[in-house]
Design a protein around this ligand. Structure first.
Ligand code: NDP
Length: 507
């Protein structure tokens, strides 16, 4: 079988109040307006609170993955531009930002948070246009959480000495931050908010496919009247990210992205004494016991893997179901899958939007084909995909074995592998049988079982009877090939501070 085969038709949807064969009613189109959005035809590098052309002048085009139409052109930074951005950040740290008392820095962070709230609709629409994620997610998750991170870290800016008693927390200086395309604004907020609260200045490189909300954020930086050079944003390919993190005047590096690039950065920075946090890939286990409330678990499974088209490092991409409930759970899951609406990210009723790029779509297709070739059984709902754009049907595989590539590799798409287990010990062993260790989920009515499972799971975050919940106060990060260091909460703050006794940042 190949991927071009017509997908299996909808299963009976009796559990959704419909007679067998009766199709669910369709939603009328409800597109979010783009009238209030202004995307510039071209963006320069944001250095010292000004948009500047790259030297030599060079640009690349950014497209809308749902339509494949161009949205804008952005500057392609050169090595000299990286040096310019780092020098500007260094000077801003020396002359202004490190000299401000924490309560003054806090005021700027609060201001940014409030502006993000005021301009939330604009941010949500641009985020959906550029990344392909559904507007209801960018509107209800990405943008509010981004604002929440600035509010939260604003609260820490004047309390650093209370956060680290008997130490002298100091800022590090210039921080280099390289972020991915799956949560462009949210990853920016995760990185910039604690860095500024701690008194550092920043040079951030967004992913090449999704720089537009970062450049919109640059406008917020100016609106909030941050001193020039505190936040600098540069765009360019991966080599420019490497050039940035290797720059000798950078004291701390924060990276979120693939494990392959994370390893390259770790190798490049080994021995330099720079502080590094790496938030990399994942292959999370979502474990459902037979005493779990199944309908609630279904929603958690759906949210776990189809949220943001499954392009989530902590996505619950491996579902482990206790054998006794395997059949009823699968029936419910297929029925629920068939109700997901795939299509225009700007439609308020869309559940699954566009895949971020042609390259990512090809990667998903290749891995799904490997699942078919290795003998797993595919189920895809019979939904109509738009003619243009990078779309992929929500997919689930049954008959998956531990050695299948779809059970081992990060797919980063709307693809779920279903496996079974009999005992908690078997679930633990199978769940931990992965090179990754970012997140996991447990569904059971028994509190004692939750504690047993949470303690045994090699994952940085374990959700119980829920999935994909994020909060600025809660640390996030991984074990093994999912990286090291934590972001969020007080743990995430420490990563941006020099806590050494002699102020050398351990170098
Ligand atoms: P990358 O790791 O390549 O991209 C993440 C960021 O790193 C981007 O800003 C990218 O820039 C930059 N980058 C790329 N190469 C280098 C380099 N050599 N040195 C420094 N920075 C670099 O992820 P991909 O976009 O290629 O995605 C590939 C796979 O990675 C996905 O299929 C998924 O499995 C995983 N991934 C995991 C993420 C997570 O949240 N953990 C996020 C994104 C991807 P540019 O965009 O210009 O290439």
């Amino acid at each position: 079988m190949t991927l071009t085969k017509k997908p299996e038709s909808r299963p009976a949807t009796a559990s959704w109040g419909l007679a067998s064969g009766e199709s669910p009613w369709e939603y009328a189109p409800a597109p979010e307006s783009t009238d209030h959005i202004r995307i510039e035809p071209e963006y320069g590098l944001f250095i010292g609170n000004e948009f500047r052309r790259s030297k030599p002048r060079k640009t690349f085009t950014v497209i809308n993955p749902a339509t494949e139409e161009p949205l804008s052109k952005v500057a392609h930074a050169s090595k000299a531009d990286v040096a310019r951005a780092v020098a500007t950040a260094k000077e801003a740290h020396r002359s202004s930002w490190s000299k401000l008392p924490g309560r003054e820095r806090a005021k700027y962070l609060y201001r940014i948070a409030r502006i993000l709230q005021e301009r939330s609709r604009e941010f949500a629409v641009v985020e959906s246009m550029n990344s392909g994620k559904p507007i209801k997610e960018s509107r209800d998750v990405d943008v509010p959480l981004a604002a929440a991170h600035f509010f939260y870290y604003a609260g820490w800016a004047d309390k650093l000495e209370y956060a680290y008693p008997n130490r002298q927390p100091r800022s590090i200086g210039v921080v280099a931050q390289v972020i991915p395309w799956n949560f462009p604004l949210l990853m920016l907020a995760w990185k910039i908010a604690p860095a500024l609260a701690a008194g550092n200045t920043v040079v951030l490189k967004p992913a090449s496919t999704t720089p537009l909300t970062a450049y919109l954020f640059a406008d917020v930086v100016r609106q909030a009247e941050l001193p020039p050079g505190v936040v600098n944003i540069i765009t360019g390919p991966g080599e420019i990210g490497m050039e940035l993190v290797r720059h000798p005047d950078v004291g701390k590096v924060a990276f979120t992205g693939s494990t392959a690039v994370g390893k390259m950065i770790a190798r490049a920075l080994a021995g330099t004494g720079k502080k590094v946090t790496l938030e990399l890939g994942g292959k999370a286990a979502n474990i459902v016991f037979d005493d779990a409330p199944l309908d609630q678990a279904i929603e958690g499974i759906i949210n776990g893997i189809y949220f943001n088209q499954g392009e989530v490092c902590c996505a619950g991409s491996r579902l482990f179901v206790q054998e006794s409930v395997h059949e009823p759970l699968l029936d419910k899951l297929k029925a629920r899958l068939s109700t997901l609406r795939v299509g225009d990210p700007l439609d308020k009723n869309t559940d699954v939007g566009a895949i971020n790029s042609a390259g990512q779509l090809a990667k998903i297709e290749e891995l799904v084909q490997s699942g078919i070739d290795e003998g797993a059984e595919i189920f895809q709902p019979d939904c109509v995909l738009p003619d243009k754009g990078f779309f992929f049907r929500p997919t689930l595989f049954t008959g998956v074995s531990q050695s299948h590539r779809i059970a081992q590799e990060e797919i980063f798409g709307p693809v779920l592998s279903v496996l079974t287990f009999r005992t908690p010990e078997e679930a633990i062993e199978k769940a931990n049988n992965t090179p990754y260790g970012l997140s996991a989920g447990v569904w059971t009515e028994k509190g004692s079982r939750i504690f047993k499972m949470v303690g045994a799971m090699k994952a940085g975050v374990v959700w119980a009877n829920t999935f994909n919940r994020f909060d600025p106060t809660s640390p996030f990060g991984g074990y093994k090939e999912s990286g090291y260091g934590r972001e969020g909460g007080i743990h995430g703050l420490g990563a941006y501070l020099d806590l050494s006794a002699n102020g050398t940042n351990g170098r």
